[in-house]
Design a protein around this ligand. Structure first.
Ligand SMILES: O=C(O)C(=O)[C@H](O)COP(=O)(O)O
Ligand SMILES: N[C@@H](CCC(=O)O)C(=O)O
Length: 431
């Protein structure tokens, strides 16, 4: 039988979780705090559940320094669920803002009860002429998100502001320069994926061109941070919304977190009525994907897996205990680990080819090819077999692209990264 301690698992998600967290969670699953019931059995409407949820929310806000004007939602449906949710909700917000503008132009006082027909014609015109959502396509996940938007709304509303493949021989691996991005005027959102798990591409920082200039309408920026959240400091105030699945750096599969600016929720902005959206020919999202509904119910509109929230909460507690400087401390370690692994790869550039360009290398998913012999597939097979022999597992690249991928999430210890770097060296130097 293989023991946990013998393995360093570099899988891309679900990923490794800290052993003490799992041990505490195992106990909580059987008998939570001496209540005689496991946490997965307690009602999600109980005080116990509410405390678990509120503590996890507060600890997340502390760790990431989330300002008070943001709300944290725990949702379901994973990253793919959010591909759809962001479209439904952000288009709704765009419509509502437009509606308010049209009412103002018509001199109709805010809150006055008027028939939707009065503005539907004007609004329909605005939708047809101006509604756009912008996507920065820098890898498989942002591509998938943009495809979902086109499926829900129609491709005419989706603007691919940039596509990395166009500057990189048809493959992902780079981020085009900001000045080449073809952004729309006041889009319903600009969407991007901060770290692309499959392709090993990460934005080095928040894009300059998406920063508010303090004059024009603030850009609505939405980011998928499923695979790099909790690993570096993020300027939350620049975002309208950030989402992430739990199963990499936060916890186990089953919950998806949304950090959303409160000014995009009631009472500031209402969700347009289903009848108005129907008149405009725009899609109406499922109620469980409605940010307004989830926020109004403190994430408990329907049954939420409190056990999954608990695991996330325990991960956050352990991060807060380990790093007095919160996410900055974890960021320093994440960079150190990534640098070690990239340095070993770069030191043997005749044996390894890193997939992404140096300017966009992911600290979280280190993707490379093994070109030790001309038969790359055979070299990679040997690399994986050799690594597994010494307990380095989960290194196979995503099935869509092949190659090797070392996912360097927070639970990979410095020793684990050192062991991988040493193996990269010794494999290259072996006959
Ligand atoms: O971003 C990634 O990497 C992911 O693995 C996706 O977030 C996974 O999406 P779902 O499978 O949870 O829809
Ligand atoms: N998160 C994993 C799995 C995604 C999938 O294949 O559905 C990855 O990027 O490899």
């Amino acid at each position: 039988m293989t023991q946990r301690e013998e393995i360093t698992y570099f899988g891309a998600g679900p990923a490794l979780l800290p052993t003490p967290v799992l041990q505490t969670a195992a106990q909580a699953l059987v008998n939570y705090n001496g209540t005689g019931l496991g946490l997965a059995e307690h009602s999600h409407r109980s005080k116990i559940a509410e405390d678990v949820l509120n503590t996890a929310k507060a600890d997340l806000a502390t760790y990431l320094d989330i300002p008070d004007n943001y709300e944290v939602l725990f949702m379901q449906g994973g990253g793919s669920g959010e591909f759809s949710a962001t479209v439904y909700n952000m288009v709704g917000i765009w419509v509502e803002k437009r509606k308010q503008k049209i009412l103002k132009e018509l001199g109709i006082a805010e809150g006055k009860d008027i028939s939707e027909d009065v503005i539907a014609t004007e609004l329909r015109k605005a939708v047809e002429e101006e509604l756009k959502i912008d996507y920065l396509v820098t890898g498989s996940w942002s591509l998938k998100a943009s495809q979902e938007a086109a499926r829900l709304l129609g491709p005419e509303y989706v603007n691919i502001a940039t596509d990395s493949r166009k500057i990189n021989d048809g493959k992902f691996g780079k981020i085009p320069e900001e000045k080449s991005w073809n952004l729309s005027k006041n889009p319903a959102m600009v969407y991007y994926c901060d770290n692309e798990t499959v392709d090993g591409v990460e934005f080095p920082g928040f894009p300059e061109v998406l920063k508010s200039n303090g004059q024009d309408e603030e850009p609505i920026v939405v980011a998928d941070m499923s695979s790099n959240i909790l690993s570096r400091r993020i300027p939350v105030k620049n975002f309208s919304l950030i989402f992430f699945g739990a199963q990499k750096n936060l916890g186990c599969t089953g919950v998806t977190v949304v950090i959303i600016k409160k000014s995009l929720l009631p009472p500031t902005i209402a969700t347009p009525s289903p009848s108005l959206m129907r008149k405009l020919g725009l899609p109406i999202g499922p109620i469980v994907l409605s940010y307004e509904t989830i926020a109004k119910n403190n994430s408990l509109y329907n049954t939420l897996s409190i056990f999954d929230v608990y695991i996330a909460g325990q991960v956050l507690k352990s991060l807060l205990k380990t790093f007095s400087d919160k996410v900055d401390g974890q960021q320093a370690i994440a960079e150190k680990k990534a640098n070690l692994i990239y340095a070993a790869l770069d030191a043997h550039s005749n044996v390894y080819k890193v997939v992404s360009d140096k300017s966009a290398r992911s600290r979280m998913n280190i993707c490379f090819r093994v070109t030790k012999s001309q038969d790359v597939a055979e070299s990679e097979k040997q690399f994986i077999a050799g690594a597994e022999k010494i307990g380095l597992t989960g290194l196979k690249g995503h099935r869509s692209v092949g190659g090797i991928r070392a996912s360097n999430y927070n639970s990979i210890s410095l020793e684990g990264a050192e062991k991988l770097a040493a193996f990269i060296n010794s494999f290259a130097e072996s006959k």
